[in-house]
Each structure stands twice: as C-alpha cells, then as structure tokens.
Write a protein that binds this ligand. Sequence first.
Ligand code: HEM
Length: 128
Amino acid sequence: MSTATETPFDLLGGRDTMQAIVDRFYDLMDSDPAYAELRAMHAPDLTKMRRSLAGFLTAWAGGPRDWFEENPGKCMMSAHDPFAISPAIAGQWAEAMRRAIADVAPANAALAAQMGEILAKMAQGMAR
Ligand code: HEM
C-alpha cells in the first residue's frame, strides 16, 4: 500500500526499474533504424550513458540524489546546448523513451505513462 511519503521513484519500483527503462531505451536506440540520427549523436560506447541517465532519472523521480552530488550544478537543459537537437531528433528520443517505459511495464502503469509524457515534453523543450 502506498503512503504519503512514497515518491514516484518508490512507486515505480526503485533503481532496478529506472535502470531497466534506461537499458531498454539504449537497446532500442542502438537497434531500431528509426532512431539512427539520435544514435549517431552519441558516443559508440553507451556504458557511461546507461549509468548516467539511470542515475539522473533516479534522482529526478525522488530517489537517492547521487547523480546531482556527482554533477554539482549541472543543468540538464544547458548540458544539451552543444548538441544540435531538431524537433525530429527530440521526437526520436521521446518515442524511444515512451516505448522503453511501456516495455518495462512498471506495476504502476498510469504513473509510468505520466513519466513518459513529462520526459517527452522535456525532450521537446531541448529542440530548436
Ligand atoms: C531531446 C533529445 C535528446 C538528445 C538528442 C540527447 C542527446 C544527448 C547526447 C548526444 C548526450 C552525450 C552522450 C554521449 O556522451 O555519448 C547526452 C547526454 C545526456 N543526456 Fe541527453 N539527449 C536528449 C534528451 C535528454 C533528456 C530529456 C534527458 C533527461 C531526462 C537526457 C539526459 C541526459 C543525461 C543524464 C546525459 C549525460 C550527462 C552527463 O553525464 O554528463 N537527455 N544526451
């Protein structure tokens, strides 16, 4: 049963769920030609990203804040300024993330879908 103090992080299944979503996201990005442009922007080795994005989502959803302690003062929006993110590429990110969340299927499906919607908006906000 949920309590008032449970965060989205807890309700979605904690760090294992965040890591599973991120792993599925990068597996999709790596294998589906629909995300080729997005893939090409990233380093060949995604090991660091698998760790960093899972850590960011963990903290962002209300879990342990290690990512922010390891990256003091880092703003996710300005960290993406160096990349030329078109609306189409942001759409690739958003779609792959929504698919990853649906494939991992956290028990709290409504909350998981909401997380996908918010992340999709964040991705669109990075486009120019
Ligand atoms: C809008 C579409 C997006 C594109 C095209 C994009 C692209 C990238 C690229 C190319 C990198 C560097 C990767 C590398 O070194 O291989 C990166 C880093 C990162 N991105 Fe994104 N990104 C997008 C959206 C997002 C969103 C919405 C989030 C957060 C919810 C996010 C979280 C991160 C994180 C945590 C890092 C690593 C930062 C670090 O550890 O320094 N990205 N992104």
